[in-house]
Design a protein around this ligand. Structure first.
Ligand SMILES: [Zn+2]
Length: 275
């Protein structure tokens, strides 16, 4: 009974808070669970993930993940401020961790909680290559793609869970943790994850390029990075490719958009781009 009430309440809340414009995509997005509700749950889930996995600390690589992450986060804040969205990152608690795992993958949860797996570093190769991946994953989070790839009923369930967590009535159950993980591409079983749609990939590519350029990295690195990623394909494609469809059109687009991203970054006074 109480449970039903919570679901009903959160459903009403979802409808009331339904339509908001995303600053990065300019799109009206429907029925998103607001940050105030989803962030506490994401933070809890992130901490649990870190406890259950091997976090790499105090190596040059782990420091590079933090350096690039901080620069991308600063770039996002600068871009938002310049475009009149000062409060958009309210409640964010950025964190950037390198986790020892052979998976070729990385992700960003709502609230700026990022994980990069060591398995992706041989492909990213440089700081700029890492900025491509982190910029892209942060872009998915900022554009709220995780929630958008959930079905209406999953979203409703997540809203109910978020309400419960927010009111301290319950923790994140295993089932709901799985829901959250699936929405944000966390986890090891690729088969359980839904790939992002082509349009979400395109958005994340574009936004990611702008973020990395404003952060001072050469966005032309992106096309090369995805070429290297594609070359890893074949029998066992990298996890990130399973959730992030890649093709030649995309790589061609990245080349074109890189120039636009650089032009955008120059408006922010960025004149040198690390390759
Ligand atoms: Zn993606």
């Amino acid at each position: 009974m109480k449970n039903k009430f919570v679901i009903l309440l959160s459903f009403i809340f979802l409808i009331l808070s339904g339509c908001s414009q995303n600053p990065f995509t300019g799109k009206k997005t429907l029925a998103l669970v607001p940050n105030a509700q989803i962030l506490p749950m994401a933070f809890q889930q992130y901490d649990q993930f870190l406890q259950e996995n091997q976090v790499v600390e105090n190596t040059s690589e782990s420091r590079m993940v933090k350096t690039v992450g901080q620069k991308i986060a600063t770039a996002a804040q600068r871009w938002l401020n310049a475009n009149g969205y000062q409060g958009y990152l309210e409640g964010y608690q950025w964190e950037y961790n390198l986790v020892k795992d052979d998976q070729v993958n990385a992700w960003c949860m709502p609230g700026g909680k990022i994980v990069v797996y060591t398995g992706i570093l041989p492909i990213t190769k440089s700081e700029a290559g890492l900025a491509v991946v982190m910029g892209h994953e942060v872009a998915h989070a900022l554009a709220n793609h995780g929630q958008q790839r959930m079905s209406a009923s999953q979203l409703q369930q997540l809203g109910a869970v978020a309400t419960a967590v927010g009111s301290q009535a319950a923790g994140v159950s295993e089932e709901n943790a799985a829901l959250l993980n699936q929405a944000y591409g966390i986890g090891t079983q690729v088969g359980l994850m839904l790939p992002y749609s082509r349009s979400h990939e395109t958005e994340a590519d574009k936004i990611g390029l702008t973020l990395m350029a404003v952060a001072g990295y050469d966005p032309h690195e992106a096309a090369d990075l995805w070429r290297r990623m594609k070359a890893q394909g074949g029998q066992a494609p990298p996890e990130i490719l399973s959730t992030h469809p890649s093709n030649d059109t995309r790589i061609n687009n990245l080349e074109v958009w890189a120039d636009e991203a650089m032009a955008e970054a120059k408006k922010f006074g960025v004149t040198t781009f690390k390759r």
